[in-house]
Design a protein around this ligand. Structure first.
Ligand SMILES: Cc1ncc(COP(=O)(O)O)c(C=O)c1O
Length: 396
């Protein structure tokens, strides 16, 4: 018999994928333009022009044996140095090339990090709503995921609940800001408070707790006044899990990195653990073509103005129609309160109006739906009458 846990995992689709597959079938039945598919977080804007230019330059001018060859297991040194230099220039991050480990996107970054840190039976805290795959990643590493609720209005973490959830087996805390699915950006005050609570817990118990920041949306903020605090500046035991999937619109290319804060006392051990976990999971030598590409375009981001347009359009229309929305400062998701208690039933009713909305249950929160607005603005405009009819159906 083979591993039934994995068989089960492979058979069951995520709620998001399920809805996306339904959308594909529905579009074939009634026409693409008649289905309002807000299910997936697939960037709808192209990668910046520099990506194509640099890819062409790399392919046409580099030694193919180098370009398509293995790099060091943790990634090409010059790539890691360019990324560390960029993060230091932008955030005063205090990193160097030897703190970085190149990966295949944020999912790989998280799996490697959790496998490096966790001992069977440990707990990993995160804040609901959270990216559903955290449960899968934590379980595979041998940890129990402990969700802590957020403030029901601001969707910043509930600090008192967090303090109460820290226990003898807590090994790590995953934060995700800008957040999928709420779009909320954690303030500097929140990050400082989380770091203080962790420090107090460590002093009390003598146990190390690592703050893991899952940041695929770091650059996706709509207002220059909104700052995404860089966690190495606030917490010595911090690890950044980054991906270029959203910031450069390259989700299919699978490229990202892990940055381990060198300020932590046991840095050498933790970085060795990252290398060992990468090795045992088979995540070594991230694709070199895209390592070289991200080195050439460090600091660049896709044009995210369309996401801001979409956010403004949806927030204002949905509020007018009587919906309660969590106004997002970043990412490309809108969290909307369902018009009945059961989010699944609300999402099912939305389907009758060809609106594909993801119920919040799989994000660890009840009573909301997620709208991914990384879609054509035209589709949003066409969908608005359906949102209005859906709201009216609850007023009848
Ligand atoms: C919060 C969050 N973390 C991690 C991931 C995985 O990112 P990647 O595609 O880079 O593996 C996603 C993808 O949507 C995400 O939303």
């Amino acid at each position: 018999m083979i591993n039934q846990k994995n068989v089960q995992l492979g058979r069951v689709r995520s709620a998001i994928r399920e809805l996306f597959e339904y959308g594909k079938k529905r579009k074939a039945q009634i026409g693409e333009e008649n289905v309002f598919d807000f299910s997936l977080g697939n960037p709808s804007v192209p990668a910046p022009a520099e990506v194509k230019e640099e890819l062409e330059r790399l392919v046409c001018t580099s030694d193919p044996v180098f370009l398509h060859g293995y790099t060091s297991a943790q990634g090409d040194y010059s790539v890691r140095k360019a990324i560390a230099d960029d993060l230091n220039a932008r955030f005063g991050a205090g990193l160097n090339a030897d703190c970085l480990y190149m990966t295949c996107g944020a999912a790989a970054s998280l799996c490697i990090t959790l496998n490096a840190l966790v001992v069977q039976g440990d707990e990993v805290i995160t804040f609901a709503p959270f990216f559903p795959e955290y449960s899968v990643f934590a379980a595979h590493a041998g940890a129990k995921l402990v969700p802590v609720q957020s403030d029901p209005v601001t969707f910043q973490p509930d600090l008192a609940a967090f303090e109460g959830a820290l226990g003898a087996r807590t090994k790590a805390v995953i934060i995700n800001s800008p957040n999928n699915p709420s779009g909320v950006v954690y303030t500097e005050q929140t990050i400082k408070a989380l770091a203080d609570i962790i420090a107090r817990h460590e002093q009390r118990t003598g146990n190390a707790v690592y703050l893991v920041s899952d940041e695929p949306y770091r650059e996706l903020v709509f207002d220059s006044a909104t700052k995404v605090p860089f966690i190495t500046n606030f917490c010595a035991r911090s690890i950044v899990c980054y991906s270029y999937s959203k910031s450069l619109s390259l989700p299919g290319e699978r490229i990202g990195y892990i940055a381990v804060n060198p300020a932590m006392q046991e840095f050498e051990e933790v970085y060795a653990g990252i290398c060992g976990a990468g090795r045992s999971l088979g995540y070594v030598c991230a694709p070199n073509l895209f390592q070289q590409l991200v080195k050439a375009v460090t600091g660049k981001t896709s044009d995210i103005s369309v996401y801001k347009t979409n956010r403004d359009l949806l927030c204002s229309a949905l509020t007018d129609y009587g919906y309660t929305v969590v106004r997002p400062d970043g990412a490309f998701y809108l969290f909307v309160k369902a018009l009945e208690e059961d989010a699944q039933k609300f999402a099912d009713r939305a389907k009758e109006y060809e609106l594909l909305l993801v119920p919040s249950d799989s994000f660890g929160v009840k009573g909301y739906v997620r709208i991914s607005y990384c879609v054509d603005t035209d589709m949003i405009k066409r969908s608005l009458p359906a949102f209005l009819k859906l709201a009216e159906s609850y007023r009848k």
